[in-house]
Design a protein around this ligand. Structure first.
Ligand code: ASP
Ligand code: MG
Length: 415
């Protein structure tokens, strides 16, 4: 069981979490619990670390040690507090519970501080304690290196911790309790006809998570898919015993009724960069995107087209909005060398995507999308597709309209 920051936001809520955990335990299940820091706590710690001069970065630091290891010491502390509080609340209710800090298990990671990856979890001692009837409470978001230095797994990393612990213990399921009651067909704030999905395939969830649905950290879904851990997303605000089915994230084989489209996702954090009159010969794209990669700019959609001028082409790409000025500067600086006539940036764009494993075996999915957008008079500026996803770039002011139109067009509206 994993509980996120809002679910453990204050002691009252931690008591409710204790009641939910106790209920599972009373039903005869062996339970390990992974907790986040109390809501807002990690942000507060990040700010403190920054004030002290240790903003996470790859600066060399004194003696070549950098800063990120100490940043991790600071920001990992939030979860430790929650483990103790939850264990206390459980004991108060008469349940055997104890907190397990990472070095006590241990959970080991590489030494990429602030974005570490879990390598191994030694389940021997932990498993024995759980088998003896104890409830284990484990801090999410962190691990230790081979040298026993504290690492953190990147923001939202407690989801990944929970999946990793579930995999190590061979758990039947990983229940992720959060402030929403499941995964929805789209953001309910955008379309009030959004529906909770009963089940969603790993691949679909992965696309949804990387396209901006914030329910699960993307890496946790990757891990669940690789280790075949069944994940359930459900509400922590429902008292135990009350209906709370949530959404099961599982293998597509387990989904009987495959939807052509299961969800509509959107992201407003997009910018479009247009390079006009780019010289057209082998190596140009490699040069441009090599420079962008060196500048750590994460490029998403790419469209290349012929120009009216012979020997020239136009290239359009998208990147996160905050990176757009840097992307333009990077190209500008090498403009003569690459051979680019003109550079434009548009920052008021949004990406809207439809996702579904059923798409693989269905024709006309793109047509439905484009027709629905055309009917609303929404112009498409770029298109990208994968086997189970179609994304379009549009004017940001039509985001909501587009999401709703697509939700209706693919028959996702709640009746
Ligand atoms: N507390 C960490 C964060 O806010 C990890 C997590 O909650 O998943 O990013
Ligand atoms: Mg989270």
């Amino acid at each position: 069981m994993k509980f996120g920051g809002t679910s453990v936001g204050d002691v009252e809520r931690i008591r409710r979490v204790a009641r939910i955990v106790a209920h599972e335990h009373r039903e005869g299940r062996a339970v390990a619990v992974v907790v986040s820091a109390m809501a807002g706590e990690t942000d507060r710690l990040v700010k403190l670390a920054r004030e002290a001069g240790g903003e996470h970065s790859n600066r060399p630091g004194v003696g070549g040690k950098g800063f990120d290891d100490e940043y991790d010491v600071v920001v990992a502390s939030g979860e430790q507090v929650t483990t103790g509080l939850l264990a206390l609340a459980l004991r108060q209710m008469g349940h055997p519970a104890r907190s397990w800090q990472n070095w006590q298990i241990p959970i080991r990671s590489d030494d990429a501080h602030a974005k570490a990856r879990i390598d191994t979890i030694d389940e021997a001692k932990l498993g024995a304690a759980i088998d003896s009837g104890e409830i284990a409470v484990i801090p999410g978001f962190q691990a230790i290196t081979g040298e026993a230095r504290i690492t953190t797994l990147g923001r939202g990393g407690s989801d990944t911790s929970a999946v990793a612990v579930a995999a190590a213990l061979g758990a039947e399921r990983c229940d992720i309790y959060t402030d929403v009651d499941g995964v929805y067909t789209t953001d309910p704030r955008m379309a009030h006809k959004a529906r909770r999905l009963e089940k969603i395939a790993y691949e679909e969830m992965l696309e949804m998570a990387s396209l901006g649905a914030k329910v699960l950290q993307t890496r946790s879904v990757e891990l669940a898919m690789a280790q075949r851990v069944k994940v359930r997303v459900l509400s922590s605000f429902v008292e135990p015993g009350q209906p709370n089915k949530g959404t099961i994230v599982c293998d597509e084989e387990e989904i009987v009724e495959k939807q052509v489209v299961s969800g509509v996702a959107y992201s407003r954090d997009e910018a479009k960069v247009t390079l006009l009159g780019v010289e057209d010969h082998p190596g140009v794209a490699a040069d441009i995107f090599g420079r962008l990669a060196d500048a750590h700019i994460n490029v998403d959609m790419i469209v290349q087209s012929e120009s009216r001028h012979k020997g020239r082409q136009n290239i359009v790409f998208t990147c996160p909005d905050r990176d757009a000025p840097r992307a333009a500067e990077t190209i500008e600086a090498a403009r003569a060398k690459i051979g680019v006539e003109d550079i434009h940036i548009r920052r008021d764009v949004a990406k809207v995507s439809v996702i579904g494993i059923g798409m693989r075996s269905q024709v006309g999915v793109a047509r439905t999308m484009f027709a629905a957008l055309a009917q609303k008079g929404i112009n498409i500026e770029a298109i990208a597709t994968s086997e189970i996803k179609i994304s379009v770039l549009i004017d940001a002011q039509y985001t909501e309209l587009a999401v709703r139109a697509l939700h209706t067009a693919y028959g996702l509206d709640a009746v």
